[in-house]
Design a protein around this ligand. Structure first.
Ligand SMILES: [Fe+2]
Ligand SMILES: [Fe+2]
Length: 378
């Protein structure tokens, strides 16, 4: 079988690599030993506002109805002072997050869209004060999520706090990535540590769940424990050259051939979800692309927090390329959770939207660029 379409034999590799687990990440060491999932105390917040800076389109006629316990705000035409301009939709995702606790407030930007032009343009039109950002969060190393980052920093870094963290998952965020054009690979972006350092951004990596400022938590690497698998997407080169790439020496979950720089189908072990515990409501889980599967993500967050109530599942669910029977299975699994709302964005797919309209119409809240969702106390 050609290397490019060979299935990823991670489990077999893990079994064969116990002896070389020295230096493994805590995530890998735990999986090798069979130890149970870590538990975290998910910090409770009073209010969460998710504002959609970039999604695929900007639909001014989308429903403005709010369900009883989520406030939905839509951006339609701009007010007169700005109405010679309009929001840009594009292939990518960027969300502004505001969290509120008694006498405390935090602001984050989660993912950065595909291009800085759209990101900077929409931030300005929506009136986001980037000077208030407490940190940046990157879900995973795909260009439609980090493509706008460097241009955003070039424009706004001077207005932002001096110590600026970028919270993300595993080392593989920094790998070279590729798409396939015919039988050739084409570059598909690179998150370059040198560029982050030049902008005085402090990358904070964790393959384990991580609590952010007592307001949020990230999942780290999400175990694959359901019927889901990674649907076809990009390819990844595990290794470094030309001063950039990922340092696979730190990570034992790569197979030896991957350490030699082979380009393989991406399994996204570096991807993380960003989550919140809204007081009296339950968890709000944002899977920005959800390559590891939404069911895997939901199982993991309930396991690590002990909280089974899901107030909302938000984000890219990456079901657009799913075959009908696969989607039906995922919907069946999703219905087993104690979940109030689903807010599909980005790569979730028209197929998911149709299935949700049919199977869980009262739980579905639709999304378009410029929308804001307020969870918790008003
Ligand atoms: Fe992605
Ligand atoms: Fe994406």
């Amino acid at each position: 079988m050609p290397a490019l379409i060979r299935p990823f034999r991670r489990r077999a590799f893990l079994k064969g690599s116990v002896a070389v687990a020295t230096g493994a990440t805590a995530f890998v060491a735990r999986r090798l030993s069979g130890a149970s999932a870590p538990r975290i105390e998910a910090p409770a917040i009073d209010r969460l506002v998710i504002r959609v800076i970039i999604d695929t389109n900007h639909d001014i006629f989308i429903s403005g109805e709010s369900p009883k316990d989520v406030k939905v705000t839509r951006t339609r035409l701009m007010p007169a002072a700005k109405n010679s301009d309009t929001l840009e939709g594009q292939w990518g995702l960027s969300l502004h997050i505001e969290t509120v606790k008694p006498a405390e407030r935090r602001n984050y930007l989660l993912d950065f869209g595909y291009t800085p032009q759209a990101l900077n343009h929409n931030l300005e039109l929506l009136g986001v004060d980037v000077g208030k950002l407490d940190g940046l969060i990157l879900s995973h190393g795909h260009l439609d999520h980090f493509g706008g980052l460097m241009g955003f920093l070039e424009k706004y870094r001077g207005k932002m706090r001096e110590d600026l963290p970028l919270y993300t998952g595993g080392e593989d965020n920094f790998c070279y990535r590729y798409t396939k054009e015919g039988d050739k690979f084409a570059p598909f972006g690179l998150l370059d540590r040198r560029e982050l350092a030049a902008q005085r951004v402090r990358a904070v990596l964790s393959e384990e769940p991580m609590i952010l400022d007592g307001h949020a938590f990230t999942t780290g690497a999400v175990p694959r424990a359901s019927i889901e698998h990674v649907l076809p997407n990009t390819f990844v080169e595990h290794g470094a050259h030309d001063g950039a790439g990922c340092d696979v020496g730190k990570y034992s979950h790569f197979r030896p051939d991957e350490k030699q720089g082979e380009i393989v189908a991406d399994q996204h072990w570096h991807e993380q979800a960003t989550c919140f515990n809204v007081k009296g409501k339950g968890l709000v889980v944002i899977t920005s692309c959800g390559h590891g599967g939404i069911i895997n993500n939901l199982r993991w967050v309930t396991e690590i927090t002990g909280i089974t109530k899901i107030h909302a599942l938000v984000g890219g669910f990456h079901l657009a390329p799913a075959p009908a029977d696969y989607l039906a299975q995922v919907m069946g699994e999703l219905e087993k959770f104690d979940i109030d709302y689903v807010i599909p964005m980005h790569c979730s797919g028209a197929n998911f939207l149709a299935a949700a309209k049919e199977r869980m119409p009262l739980k579905l809240i639709q999304c378009t660029t410029g929308s804001a969702y307020t969870f918790g106390e008003a």
